[in-house]
Design a protein around this ligand. Sequence first.
Ligand code: ZN
Ligand code: ZN
Length: 471
Amino acid sequence: MNRLVPVLAALPLAFLSTPAFAQTQALEQAAAAALESDTYAWDFVEGITTEVGPRQAGTEAEARGRAWAVAWLKAKGFANVADEPFMMDTWVPGDIARARVTAPFAQDLTVLPLGNSGATPAGGIEAEVVFFRTVDELRAAPAESLAGKIAYISHQMRPAQDGSHYGFAGPVRWVGPGLAASKGAVGVVIKSVGTDHHRNPHTGGTSFPEGVKPIPAGALSLPDAENLERMFARAKGRPLTLRLEMNPRQLGKTESGNVVGEIVGQNPSLPPVLLACHIDSWWNSPGAFDDGAGCAIVAAAALNAAKAGQPLRTVRVLMAGAEETGLWGSKAYSEAHLDEAIAVGIESDFGADRVWRFDSNFRESNPALHKRIAAAVARFGVSAGSDVATGGADLNIVRDQKGALIDLQQDGMRYFDLHHTPDDTLDKIDPVQLRQNVAVWTMVVGILANEANSILTGGPIPSAPKIMQAP
Ligand code: ZN
Ligand code: ZN
């Protein structure tokens, strides 16, 4: 069935010959073509995961990733391509990560350090483990009650389409180690913040409060964490001791950078549309889902939207550096460009599975535009949500400017099986769902880039992303 027929029937005849109509039609064609046969996104994510691989923030590996992205953007015809440098505090994981229960049931556990973790002395530490079922239990523990002990923190994370369990379980990683350290712990291990049952720990950033010395902090794979919990049950009150050895370290200040590129609009005096993702990954995977796919989707959308004709506004792609270890690139970009207005920001940083929901922060203040986008993405199976969009981690500049935001929410059922694990590899990307992302983004970017009027006309201004991707 020709989907255009009912739309055409509802339109006044005069509109059919206007430039606006021709432009809408060209955009619909570009998005439909992207759904069938986009190759930009796959080329980007296949290329960067193959030719670069892991891209730990602030290291030479991330620098190679940025150089690769710069070359790719230039080759595809982006203008004003640059790698804007900034300095950051760089943490590296080291090459030793061992955990062994020494009593009462001696055996090894699979562990990886968390980003910003401290190191153990050579040979490791050995201490009694104190079990906390939740981060709130740890919060309630008396001051100094963990002196000389290792804390273990659990949670009950489950897969959810909107990824919302990350919000419940995430604090175990984000603040658990800092809380344990502030109560005197000498080390901490957490149940990985994830949902798979492979023997892969999920790393990710943590942070320690001002004045609290970082302690060794590791993530156990989910099967190992469950094994540890069964040991507590069988220990029947006998002390459970763990030996932990890890050698991550802080390198001090090193350089990272934000890769940018533009499809220049017809009217460069209008604020641009900003499409964000992050170029860095953790060291333990090539970062296909997190966030090679996101950068692939935003770059492909910019290119496909431009196939419908030069947009009115400039479309700028921001591939932020060093997101994982503390949103360094997002903060640096906002600092450097705060006085350059952005029309609207959108980010892709939730894998490569299909987009299922659209939210904005202008549903009430600019209902006509919100409805137009909702109608345009419905054909791709995307529903209009009623949440206020908060933007992703790399959109600090838009939140700082109190600007317009759109969230194109991806299906999160598989995301936390792969997130920050060695399993985050290219084979997990479904090319059909990747192209659906590109098609949806092409429509949305095309509409926004051709919107002559101000996009946010008042309305709610979020101060932080809904789902934190780093501490
Ligand atoms: Zn990410
Ligand atoms: Zn991440």
